[in-house]
Write a new protein. Sequence first.
Lengths: 311, 314
Amino acid sequence: MATAANLPPAVAEEPALGVERASATHGSRKTRHRPGNTELRAKASLPLTVLMWLIAALYALPLLWFLLSSFKPGSELFSYPLSMIPREWTFQGFVDAWERVDFAQYFLNTATVSIVTTVLTVFFSACTGYALAKYNNRGTRLFFVCILATTMLPTEVILNPTFSVIRDLGLYNSLAGIIVPSVLTATGVFMFRQFFLTVPDDLLHSARIDGAGELAIFFRIMLPLSKPILFTLAIFSFQWRWNDYIWPLIVLNDPKWYTLQVALRSIVGAENIDWPVLLGASVISLLPLVLVFFVFQKYVLNADVSAGLKD
Amino acid sequence: MAQPTISTAAAPDAPAPAPVRSKSAQKRRNRYVVAPLVLIGVNVVLFLVFFVWPGALGLLYSFTDYRGIGKLHFIGLANFQKLFADAGFYAALGRTFVYTVLSVPLVYLCSLGVAALLVSKAVRGRTAAKMVIFLPWLISPIVVGVIWKWLFGQDFGFVNFVISTFGGNPLPWSSDGNLALAVVIFASAWGGTAFNMLLFIAALKNIPESLLEAAELDGANAWQRFRNVTLPGIAPTSFMVILLSTIHAMKEFAMIQALTGGGPGTQNTLIVQYIYKTGFEQSKVGYASAASMVLMVVLLAIALIQLRFNRKKG
């Protein structure tokens, strides 16, 4: 803001291409003609705005086409010429999806897994991140390297042995088999570690001088402080678990425990895809995340998500 | 425990404060060791059980002909010998490389471009645009696959409909291997932009405006400013985005499962799908583990090369 006041005329935003540059004679400090006293920097650029919205439309198109199609009756889906807006609006696809493929059960399974895992992930990531940030000893340093290593060795690389471990632990074909192994995530730990590194040590020292126990300091002072990170990670974790495919795929065998993603894959992988049901089912599966996102979007869109990954 | 005992024994006549202080120091040190242990305990156990154990087991399996049941029977390096002569393995690995090499730059360009537009104050309606472009982040890889399969359907898809409306010939999006891969690449860029865009937005906002202003005053045009000020400024983020996208692309699985199932035929079977097929559908656990070990080495090599490259540039 201060720089803006110092250098109003020459400030052209980086992507504000030739248009603005042409009029900004370089090095000159004379004030340019401008409407009223509005900030020059806030001047809109029509070409850039149009470009931005074209790109946004391009990104929206696949989803929009998909959403609108899900409201078409089965007969209209494949009848040429296609039309963007359904000629006849119907909810039949959703109703069929909900009733025919036992969707309510999958929904419940997925919600259980996502919520339980998210609560555990957030809690244990906070504990671990705090310990890694505020206790510097050989153990915590070693464990930090261990966590870093997990980012390099994804589950996909150890599918079969992981399956053996799950089976030997008696977790095969149960929701616990998806929940327990997903609790530890490097991103979550790093997000909290990064946050607690920014919390001044003085706070810790003064609490100690006041005689607070180590764990009490964490639970009473530090954990409440980390609320923004807590929400951010909660949304991330919920999204990871809701959309997870590979874990449920290898852990679950009985269709009654299937999660949404595995169920959707079994519809789309069929010899003859039942498109009306698939469209309805897919759209239903998106709803909870969209809802969560719109309620908590500031914790995602404004979060410095790089915090946890930058290490 | 031992230390205070010794100190009191060695200096029984010493003034009281010394042993007391050492005792409390000891207690405090214990607290500093025990408290973090309690805090990281659960994750340490999870790390050992779901990371170290399977990792070691995978290495072990790769030297056996284990098929999921019974005792381990060691066969030395036979799995690896067979693997390096397996055309299917090379095909999957090669296709994975092609996919990675094409999709990572596309994801990078899309997310950086969108982020640059979204931080530009000359653009109107940025919040709404940001939200629209961010929406695909919410969508699971499976549904991303379904959406793009629907859009690019060969006989009923929107894209072929548009092509034929404008007088073109509908393209064989699912029966031609390369076109099918192209759809997969588009879908990955569409789904991968959102998160990387957030990283870039954060990085772009951190570039001091005074630097850009100074460059402007020195007569640098928009491209020069971008090339010489912005790009070096976001280099750490670029590195991170490229590394994460590369690893992500190398292990792509769910989205392709839904979009093409690795088809047509096995033309677009990527490495993780290959491992899944051999390890689970054909129960060749030993053999699949050997393939996993190769994938792991490849991933590590990629990470190390990129780290080295990054350090040299930085």
